[in-house]
Design a binder for this molecule. Structure first.
Ligand SMILES: Cc1ncc(COP(=O)(O)O)c(C=O)c1O
Length: 393
């Protein structure tokens, strides 16, 4: 059992964490409380399941594996439903308040009180799929036009999902960075508002709101667990997911918060390289990873500020582990639940199986029969065709 994982080449980089308070200051407790109050009031809200993969854990000689399945989130297929939509709504709030000269509430925007004004505010973003889908959905719900830019490798299935939600989708002949450049240029020219999940100099509020939205997952987890897990394995793209979750866990459990292991595809390991360099570092993506949501060459500086103080371990995983991990989730061991897990969802799962079954790595990560490992299954089958192909291979 686990042959694909026992022999997989996993790179590990331990990091001496910096001392600081970024988990309280980058996203404040008030930010998390506000996003939770708003998002849980949206129609269709329901907490996503937290599954115990106890039989898998037993066969790996671990205490337990807890898998938060974000596939059902608002019917959109991924945890990203919590981020772009919420950050888009907050942009509408700030812009309407400015234009109308009074403090506009989120509830009133949601109720359609300002429908005519909202229709004049265009929200825009570059995306490789899930973030854009969240924004398109939120913009549609709140009545704002939405412009989405995608790069040449985004699957047509993912593009169509965003068109179906009412977005105008522009495909750029280039990579992700080219789509970011193009949307920024066109947003400047047309007065659109960019809703990005990554930060840059002078642009921090929307990515903070995106990460605050991810805090809803943490809140739900904390309500279900009496004691903190020992480890959390978090997959990284720009780092927003990991940073949002880590800040929430640390605010709740303080020094008893789980040990943080960040996992990336070896083809897009910008956080791993940042850990090596001790400073946020970009990498060039030469080949696209199957884990489309993790195909990011540039860390979000805001997210890095949180991770550098909280993430003790960074791992890269090879492509060969992705489909086996998806199949293990879908066709589980013993009585574990069957879970539909997409390509980017299983990075943490693949890493924990490899980590637990390779002796050297197991020791380095401090994994043992008492370990309770938390995973965020960040997406379901967000592209059904790709999902079925990988499950069948
Ligand atoms: C399914 C999925 N998982 C994980 C991530 C990584 O999130 P982040 O880029 O915030 O690190 C993404 C990003 O798009 C994603 O779509």
């Amino acid at each position: 059992m686990f042959e694909d994982f026992k022999t997989a080449k996993i790179d590990h980089r331990p990091m001496q964490v910096a001392v600081g308070n970024a988990h309280e200051t980058v996203i404040s407790r008030d930010d998390f409380a506000a996003s939770f109050a708003e998002i849980t009031a949206w129609s269709g809200y329901a907490p996503t399941p937290l599954y115990a993969l106890t039989d898998l854990a037993k066969s790996l000689n671990l205490g337990d594996i807890l898998y938060k399945d974000e596939g059902p989130r608002f019917g959109l297929g991924s945890f990203k439903a919590l981020g772009g939509s919420y950050a888009g709504l907050r942009i509408l709030q700030r812009e309407l308040s400015k234009r109308l000269g009074n403090a506009v509430t989120l509830v009133d925007i949601r109720k359609g009180v300002y429908a005519d004004d909202v229709a004049k505010i265009t929200l825009a973003s570059a995306t490789d799929g899930n973030h854009g889908r969240s924004l398109a959905w939120g913009a549609g719900r709140f009545g704002a036009p939405c412009q989405i830019y995608i790069h040449r490798d985004v699957s047509e299935g993912r593009a169509q999902a965003m068109r179906d939600l009412g977005a105008t989708v522009t495909r750029v002949d280039g990579d992700y960075d080219a789509s970011v450049d193009d949307v920024r240029r066109d947003a400047d020219a047309n007065g659109w508002f960019i809703v990005s999940d990554t930060s840059w100099q002078g642009y921090t509020q929307p990515p903070t709101d995106v990460m605050a939205g991810y805090g809803v997952m943490v809140n739900e987890i904390e309500q279900e667990l009496d004691t903190p897990p020992s480890h959390v394995f978090l997959q990284g793209g720009v780092g927003g997911l990991a940073a949002g979750v880590v800040a929430g866990l640390r605010q709740h459990w303080g020094d008893k918060a789980p040990r943080v292991v960040v996992v990336e595809p070896e083809l897009a390991a910008c956080l791993f390289e940042s850990a090596k360099a001790g400073v946020a570092t970009n990498v060039v993506i030469e080949e696209e990873t199957l884990m489309a949501g993790l195909s990011c060459g540039e860390p979000s500086p805001l997210a890095w500020n949180i991770l550098r103080e909280n993430a003790q371990d960074f791992l890269t995983i090879p492509e060969s582990t992705v489909a086996p991990a998806m199949r293990l989730a879908g066709r589980p061991i013993g009585n574990d639940p069957s879970i539909i897990a997409g390509e980017s969802a299983v990075a943490g799962l693949a890493a924990v199986i490899a980590g637990a079954s390779q002796d050297d790595l197991r020791a380095k990560l401090g994994l043992n029969e008492m370990s309770r490992v938390l995973l965020i299954g960040s997406e379901g089958a967000t592209d059904v065709e790709i999902y079925e192909q990988l499950m069948a291979d």
